[in-house]
Design a protein around this ligand. Structure first.
Ligand code: SF4
Ligand code: SF4
Length: 454
């Protein structure tokens, strides 16, 4: 039997995993941080500090008073110099707490300067109740680190009536260039396995499966070794090598690859008995439960030939792109495009004041030779986009409808099931901007009130 994978579609972009063997380095905290008040799916945070306040490392600076969401915290001690605006990878600009990290609270010792850096006592999670563990995850502001930032404590509290049998841990990291999850699995495998065991306890289950693409054999080995060394109290964690195929790490494709179960259109993974968590989220959960460490730093891959030094860096949330560029010696003269995330699903930005958020897995600096500069032309009806789509969607038809001003009529083509993986655009010989056209179709459907599935 071959390696497990999803059935429909999929593509094989150049992996560009040049940073996969580069160990995680700590980037020093810059003199100023821009901590976005909108870093998760749900209601944005309200600031709970004001200009002139001096805050301690790990202090809450923004919270959600009502509705879905979690707090944001100060990664570092400092003085609030403004409640202003800062660039957002998707929403262009959102409110932010601007923190001068050179001003420290009176009496703060040097080990209080950076949240999570000081030696903290590890508490025994096995003695905690599930409710206490979930509450620590919420208080630490943990959100899905590999995607859009859904609050993790909510994902770990599935709707009543839904029976969860497995936790699936996403270590696929199928996006080209990105290797942050890879390094987390290699360097922090024991903590990730501990986090998996914690989540199994919260969910009341005894089985978890970690899916890792087979282009990361060292991660598979490190995770298997960590599982062998862990005290699992009768639980079972399987570490499975998956076929390397994009988009292996998307939720529905991963669920199918690891369990053979299909999630219906608009349904939650819980409807087929699973909860899916990304490895970096699992690590944040372990730290939140054991040491109450808030989600204030994360591992980010900085890659592409448009930056002078590449690698994997542990970066404070709120660190601006321009400070990262300075730290790495600048961009190269032929840098053409900066993408937050990976090149398949990430978002291009030219605003160097955009900061790292809890969900920034990578920043890719593409040079002119790495950017597709072809002009889009008319569809030649070759059908390659349909063959590549993991959801079996006719993106060419959706695109034609949008161009004809009929975007809101695209629900029958399943446009709302498109998760914008970019596989269709990747294979299109006419270089059609299919993902952009699909986004326009989705907007048209949403504003017409038709096709809402969730
Ligand atoms: S972007 Fe959407 S339509 Fe295109 S391949 Fe991905 S899921 Fe299919
Ligand atoms: S791949 Fe491009 S050219 Fe071919 S059918 Fe799809 S949209 Fe048309």
């Amino acid at each position: 039997m071959g390696l497990l994978t999803f059935k429909l579609g999929g593509v094989h972009p150049n992996p560009h995993k040049e940073t996969s063997s580069m160990p995680i380095e700590d980037m020093p905290v810059p003199g100023e941080l821009a901590i976005l008040l909108s870093q998760h799916i749900g209601v944005p945070c309200e600031p709970v500090v004001k200009k002139g306040d001096v805050v301690r490392a790990g202090q809450v600076v923004g919270e959600v008073r009502q509705g879905l969401g979690v707090s944001v915290h100060a990664p570092c001690a400092g003085k609030v110099v403004a409640i202003g605006q800062a660039g957002h990878p998707v929403k262009v600009s959102v409110p932010a707490v601007i923190l001068d990290t050179r001003t420290r609270p009176e009496g703060a010792s040097s080990d209080e300067v950076m949240a999570g850096e000081c030696a903290q006592s590890h508490e025994d999670w096995r003695a905690m109740t599930r409710e206490e563990m979930v509450s620590r995850i919420r208080e630490a502001g943990v959100v899905g680190a590999g995607g859009a930032g859904f609050p993790t404590h909510v994902k770990l509290s599935p709707p009543s009536g839904m029976v969860i049998t497995e936790l699936l841990v996403n270590g696929a990291e199928c996006e080209p260039y990105l290797t942050a999850d890879h390094r987390v699995m290699v360097e922090c495998a024991a903590d990730v396995v501990e986090g998996i065991a914690m989540m199994m306890k919260i969910l009341g289950i005894s089985h978890a499966i970690v899916g890792i693409e087979d282009n990361k054999p060292d991660a598979v080995e490190a995770m298997r070794r960590a599982v062998d060394d862990a005290a699992l109290d009768g639980g079972q964690i399987d570490v499975i090598a998956l076929k390397t195929k994009y988009p292996q790490g998307s939720e529905k494709q991963l669920i199918y690859a690891l369990t053979g179960r299909k999630v219906a259109s608009g349904a939650l993974p819980a409807s087929v008995g699973v909860v899916v968590q990304n490895v970096s989220t699992v690590l944040a959960v372990a730290q939140a439960i054991e040491t109450r460490q808030p989600m204030v730093r994360r591992v980010v891959t900085v890659s592409g030939s448009g930056i002078r030094r590449q690698g994997n860096f542990r970066i404070a949330v709120g660190t601006r792109l321009r400070d990262i560029i300075d730290f790495l010696g600048g961009t190269t003269p032929d840098v053409k495009k900066i993408i937050i995330g990976g090149p398949m699903m990430g978002f291009a930005t030219s605003d160097l004041d955009t900061p790292v958020t809890k969900t920034t897995s990578g920043i890719v600096f593409l040079s002119s030779r790495e950017v597709d500069r072809h002009q889009g032309s008319a569809c030649i009806r070759c059908g390659r986009c349909l063959d590549a789509c993991p959801m079996g969607l006719e993106s060419m038809t959706v695109a034609l409808y949008v161009e004809a001003g009929r975007g809101k009529e695209t629900t029958p083509f399943g446009v709302m099931d498109c998760f914008e993986c970019g596989s269709c655009a990747f294979v299109c010989p006419a270089h059609r901007p299919l993902v952009q056209l699909i986004r326009l179709a989705k907007q048209a459907v949403r504003s017409s009130g038709a096709g809402l599935r969730k």
